[in-house]
Design a protein around this ligand. Structure first.
Ligand code: PBG
Length: 332
């Protein structure tokens, strides 16, 4: 019987022997205060319209937001990311920057319900345009970068006036962080932070979101590959981040998260800014679908996933799982 090998080896199992020891040596933790819960807001009263491809998520009318705020506070989730669904869409996405639009209404409802909740607001035109692109289209049907900046800046200022705590541009136009920063400063909002969707990829993982926001691109270039990043590129993500840092972004983001953990890791090494990762709708839908079949242990999968995103280097995780994860984290 061999009791010892002659070759020395490490007994790494020693610190795995009990939950207490594992807790001491654990390198990464997930805290509900690091999670951001996305919310889809729609016009109307008493609306909680389920989103078929995102089980557990719904489009909510503003009157439902106080209930959400209360629930999030109890769970220790302290931030939301707002998306608006307008009454009507048009070529210029006008409800996106209207002072009485759905998003300003929702911001006020949330701040009334809980002034301490961090209300992060997505800035983009795709939810508001009838063609579904993230900016204005020119005569050829291409997205006109510089003309779009002006409208995005108007949206940012509108949300700031309504009481937003963080402005989060997701449109991927060049120069948008600087344009929004200038517009916010000019309007007296120099203390309002910008969370830039810096490395946002042209991803099929956004499919369910586009159902939720009814924002699939319909005209011109039929997809977003002309402005969102090519999934094949990682070095380019560092250029995007550097550009946003130079334009005074306060938080940068990598999106999606799971197929891009390497990008999260590289961005983490390249900047000292806080880094967010977006665990997107398709990632959520896959887990929900498999869990519904009984093929995966949902709780274990979600906690492992969020831990992995944090381990890769994200400080902040935007996730539709935020509420259930916060519940599981506190009872564990
Ligand atoms: C808006 C926007 C999108 C998402 C966040 N902001 C959709 C897109 O770019 O097509 C996706 C979020 C998700 O899939 O959960 N531009």
């Amino acid at each position: 019987m061999i009791t010892r090998t002659r070759t020395p080896f490490q007994r790494t199992r020693r610190t795995r022997r009990s939950a207490a020891l594992r807790g001491l040596v654990r390198e990464t933790r997930v805290d509900p205060a690091q999670l951001v819960y996305p919310l889809f807001v729609t016009h109307g009263l008493d609306v909680r319209a389920p989103i078929a491809s995102m089980p557990g998520q719904a489009r909510l009318s503003s009157d439902q937001l106080a209930r959400e705020a209360e629930e999030l506070r109890a769970l220790g989730v302290r931030a939301v990311l707002l998306f608006g669904i307008p009454v009507a869409k048009d070529a210029a996405g006008s409800e996106g920057y209207a002072a009485d639009g759905i998003v300003p209404q929702a911001i006020r409802a949330l701040k009334d319900a809980d002034p301490e909740l961090a209300v992060i607001v997505d800035v983009c035109l795709c939810e508001y345009t009838d063609h579904g692109h993230c900016g204005l289209l020119d005569a050829r049907g291409d997205v006109d970068n510089d003309a779009s900046l002006e409208l995005l800046a108007r949206a940012a200022v509108t949300y700031a006036e309504a009481g937003a705590d963080v402005i989060a541009p997701s449109d991927m136009m060049d120069g948008r962080v600087g344009a929004l920063r200038d517009a916010l400063d000019d309007a007296g909002h120099e203390t309002l932070p910008i969370m830039a969707y810096s490395a946002k990829y042209a991803s099929a993982f956004y499919g369910p979101f586009r159902e939720a926001a009814d924002s699939a691109p319909r005209m011109g270039a039929g997809d977003r590959r002309g402005y969102q990043m090519d999934p094949a590129n990682a070095r380019e993500a560092l250029r995007e981040v550097a550009a946003d840092v130079a334009e005074q972004a306060d938080i940068v983001m990598v999106k999606p998260a799971l197929a891009y953990l390497d990008v999260i890791r590289e961005v983490r090494a390249a900047t000292a800014l806080p880094l967010a990762a977006y665990n997107v709708s398709g990632e959520y839908a896959m887990v929900k679908a498999a869990a519904a079949q009984g093929w995966l242990d949902e709780r274990a999968i979600v906690l492992e996933t969020l831990t992995a995103i944090r381990r890769a280097g994200a400080d902040i995780v935007i996730t539709y799982h935020a509420k259930e994860a916060a519940r599981w984290l506190t009872e564990r």
